[in-house]
Design a protein around this ligand. Structure first.
Ligand SMILES: CC(C)(COP(=O)(O)OP(=O)(O)OC[C@H]1O[C@@H](n2cnc3c(N)ncnc32)[C@H](O)[C@@H]1OP(=O)(O)O)[C@@H](O)C(=O)NCCC(=O)NCCS
Length: 265
């Protein structure tokens, strides 16, 4: 693990934005959540909060504000604005730029990447939001994917299980009582989605086409993962679940210029 590969983001409340001319943020709605290898993960509080939502909206650029307007429901509006504004401030601090200098460009399957004054920014990130919980993962290098699912979410588990799990994963759930089955399913699902998001292909790579190692279903927190169609690339896969939500992060292992992979195990 290389210290210089870790992003550092100020996390105190009531801090001023670093560059002048930025909207001020009196109360931050995100906090450091977990360090995962060389990546930092922040939790974003997405519970309804009119004042925060107004502040967050002011941080968005014109394109983002237009996107916000296209959401018809409050919940996706809130998730998008609170997460994107939090991400903006984290990136402004890490990249020492003003909010107005930061833009996002979506890849082929919609994965956003940051640009500063039109140039690709030297930072990797990924965002996930669901219900009251958002996660933002940041790292100096290596593709990243993160996923969060609140534990109370109402879902038709039988349909999802049939759609997203392989037969071997399915058998891991056999015999478990309803609560355990639910837990195991969300553990597997968030790990699979984090991997797909790290790759950046979205659901164009179907998550039933690869398998999570059984040890990760049985309580192991961390493993090295390789996609069957991409065996040369290693991913650091970590379960980030808490009693409130299931969550996972996948981070590409890339060798640093001066030694072993910064996010080695
Ligand atoms: C990416 C995807 C898996 C997200 O799933 P989700 O559970 O609905 O959403 P999450 O909350 O976990 O993540 C959403 C965030 O992931 C990021 N994201 C979007 N597309 C992404 C992709 N292809 N890979 C990784 N991250 C992506 C965005 O930051 C997004 O948040 P934002 O829109 O507020 O910035 C899903 O939307 C998908 O498969 N998209 C791809 C669709 C596609 O292939 N389109 C092709 C034509 S554009």
């Amino acid at each position: 693990m290389n210290k210089q590969d870790r992003p550092t983001v100020a996390s105190g409340h009531g801090q001023q934005a670093i560059a002048t001319g930025q909207p001020s943020l009196g109360d931050r709605w995100w906090r450091p959540f977990r360090r995962a290898g060389s990546a930092e993960v922040f939790h974003v509080d997405l519970s309804p909060h009119a004042a925060r939502e107004r502040e967050a909206f002011a941080w968005l650029d014109g394109e983002e504000q237009a996107r916000w307007s296209r959401f018809r429901l409050d919940r996706p509006r809130r998730e998008f604005a609170l997460c994107r504004a939090a991400l903006r401030l984290m990136l402004c601090e890490l990249l020492a730029c003003a909010n107005g200098e930061l833009t996002f460009e979506d890849g082929e399957h919609g994965k956003p990447a940051a640009r500063v004054r039109g140039q690709p920014a030297s930072i990797c990130f990924n965002v996930s939001h669901s219900g009251s919980h958002g996660l933002v993962a940041l790292a100096g290098r290596g593709r990243l994917g993160v996923d969060v699912e609140p534990r109370g979410a109402e879902r038709d588990l039988d349909v999802l299980i049939a759609e997203v799990l392989t037969p071997a994963e399915h058998s891991q759930l056999a015999g478990a009582d309803a609560e355990r089955r639910r837990q195991l399913f969300f553990r597997l699902w968030t790990m699979k989605e984090a991997l797909v998001k790290a790759l950046g292909k979205g659901f164009s790579l179907h998550i039933s086409e690869f398998e999570i190692p059984p040890s990760m279903c049985n309580g192991q927190r961390l493993c090295e993962f390789r996609f069957p169609h991409l065996p040369e690339v290693r991913w650091r896969l970590e379960n980030l679940g808490t009693p409130e939500f299931a969550a996972a992060i996948a981070h590409e292992c890339v060798p640093s210029d001066d030694g072993p992979a910064p996010n080695a195990f």
